[in-house]
Write a protein that binds this ligand. Sequence first.
Ligand SMILES: Cc1cc2nc3c(=O)[nH]c(=O)nc-3n(C[C@H](O)[C@H](O)[C@H](O)COP(=O)(O)OP(=O)(O)OC[C@H]3O[C@@H](n4cnc5c(N)ncnc54)[C@H](O)[C@@H]3O)c2cc1C
Length: 288
Amino acid sequence: MKPAAFTYHRARTIPGAVGLLDELGDDAKVIAGGQSLVAMMNFRLARPEHLIDIARIPGLDAITRDGDALRVGALVTHHAVETADLGPGFRVLSDAMAWVGHLPIRTRGTIGGSIAHADATAEWCLLAVLLDALVVVEGPRGRRSIPAEEFFQGVFTTALQADELIVEVLFPRPAPRAALTEYAERRGDFAIVAAAVDLDAARVVLGGVAPVPLRVPAAEAVLAEALSGYECLNDSRALVSYSRAAAAAAEAIEARDEPGLSAHYRRGLVRTLVARACTEASGPEGVG
Ligand SMILES: Cc1cc2nc3c(=O)[nH]c(=O)nc-3n(C[C@H](O)[C@H](O)[C@H](O)COP(=O)(O)OP(=O)(O)OC[C@H]3O[C@@H](n4cnc5c(N)ncnc54)[C@H](O)[C@@H]3O)c2cc1C
């Protein structure tokens, strides 16, 4: 299928893109890598009258260290992160990119596009919540930083206003013992369930169980209590804690029987994936 007719605009600066968004209002959509938007336009699920191409705006494709923090520009592709040496504190970001679609998608799709699209199983959305990221956006009223947990508001719904552009995602702290894992029916598909954990922050985030990436306080409490006195995070005591945290996560989610996917099966995926993510985060691979 082909998309409905639209007018193409190429923005050359951030203020230029914001000015166009302000002027054209709800009839306009930003396009970055096009890996989600073009499919939606082809299926006529999106019919923007104006497309604002931001792909050539200089400076939005940089990954920079800022003290302990990492700034990832909105136009940084999944593949650029996958192949970057981000250091031990942010290796979880590179490792997680291998789960995003296929290589051609990863070479075009961007972090800004993923965060704006806000699929609740998208790896970037889970990682942003896991690591307390700030989504930095610019609009006619200036720049603001939105904590990831507030940014994702519902099914494909975010705190981004129609006249605002995501300019970068700021990861404020390293996470040397963190991992993301998932299950999809075919390699490259969006996950049915995804689990991300950060052992140092005792953080557990799930995808595919709610309209937004979901933190699971019950599982986080188990991890926090169990790991507070441990020197070694991959001995038998720690492994028992991971299975207890995984069981708590499986118990905590709201799951319904759906065609082809029972609640029991979804809970089983949560249990398996949380335990696996904890083990990966704690092992030599996870310690980075
Ligand atoms: C077959 C297939 C499999 C895929 N599998 C996965 C997967 O497993 N995991 C995963 O996470 N993704 C997956 N994707 C989606 C892919 O990661 C996309 O790259 C991503 O969702 C959107 O990034 P994009 O740069 O292509 O954005 P676009 O498609 O250009 O835009 C997507 C949305 O974001 C908005 N937008 C883009 N950039 C900005 C910005 N800077 N500021 C404000 N709004 C912006 C657009 O207006 C649009 O609404 C898959 C895609 C395909 C086609």
